[in-house]
Write a protein that binds this ligand. Sequence first.
Ligand SMILES: C[S@@+](CC[C@H](N)C(=O)[O-])C[C@H]1O[C@@H](n2cnc3c(N)ncnc32)[C@H](O)[C@@H]1O
Length: 374
Amino acid sequence: MSQGLHASDKSNSKWLELQAQLARLPSRLPASAQSLAPQQIADQIRQLSNYYIHSPSAVSPWHEPWARHALFSYYHPLNLTRVWAAAERGRHLGFLNDLHHLYDLGSGSGAAAQALSLQQSWTSLELRDVSSAILEFALQVAELPSHTRHTTARLETRPQNLDDPRRSLAVLAHVLTENTEIPSWVFELEALMILEPSTRDDARRLQARRETLMAQGFHIWAPCPHAKPCPLLRDERDWCHDAIEYPAPPWWLDLEAHLPMKNQRLTFSYLLARKTPPPAPSSRPLLRVVGDVLAEKGKSRTLTCSDGDRAFLSWFPNRRQSPEPTCRRGDLLEWPSAPTNFEKRGQDERQEWRIGDADFPILSQLPDRNDSNR
Ligand SMILES: C[S@@+](CC[C@H](N)C(=O)[O-])C[C@H]1O[C@@H](n2cnc3c(N)ncnc32)[C@H](O)[C@@H]1O
């Protein structure tokens, strides 16, 4: 394993703690909201969803209790899980090491700060949002350390006294769709984490931000396993996103029964950047799995990104002597130490490595539902 990479720890206590916090969410709502039936909460969620559909660029209606309840009952657990997953990808690389101060910008109900507090303790945490109503609500309901402070301000406004910038992380979770520019003061910090929806447009816009960040002195730690131009930007049909199985608690399943949208698997696009370079890979190249594993006519294949190139890994399950590869979308792999009977086929967007019996060690894998009860 490359120096600095942490083993992927599937039965990790942080995964169990995420599930425990998801299970506790309804009990943290104000008493008036706790007495609502799942059907009534589902109606509030539909109302918020319709609000965004009809007024996509309007200010979020956080002064309305129904909107805050809908946010906390629906979007908060999903975004908490997504940010946790992106942070977990980072943790495998040592991304959070030596970071002590956290700014959650456009925090809403504080899902990102809660997820990052599950990963490690922070000396200081600031939630920042334009809405004081949502900040006060976040401090009541999100499970956050007692020293969390909040600032009602636009994220573009530089804090007067920055906590030690060389030990600070800013997280911008699901906020750049509303604000196209990354606030310039954030470039003074050591680390930056951005999450965006996994739609093609949002994800491609995020991939294009790599160049801006690199020009500001950042190194991209994840998902990219290289610093070359993004190969998935060449063809507009491609986009990069990751996924995690949602460990839905029982109360969620009762609620989801009243909703048209289902969330078994959560997808997200993300970038993790630091001024410090990422751990040097071993002599073997790293690959990021950027597609699902597709089984087609006796052959399986999945798209990977490596060293500025995209290529499929493909294998014939029936011809393999060794067990089938278990990699999934988003995993970080290492090129095998002893490649056997590899064959390079096709070129450009059809480029493919037939991997025969080779096994690509998985350096980062997110837990799934089967890991829940360990
Ligand atoms: C879609 S919510 C995301 C909330 C949270 N980060 C999450 O991932 O669940 C976006 C939040 O950003 C806030 N916001 C939008 N524009 C902002 C700005 N310019 N400055 C500060 N907050 C802003 C909104 O009030 C809203 O709470």
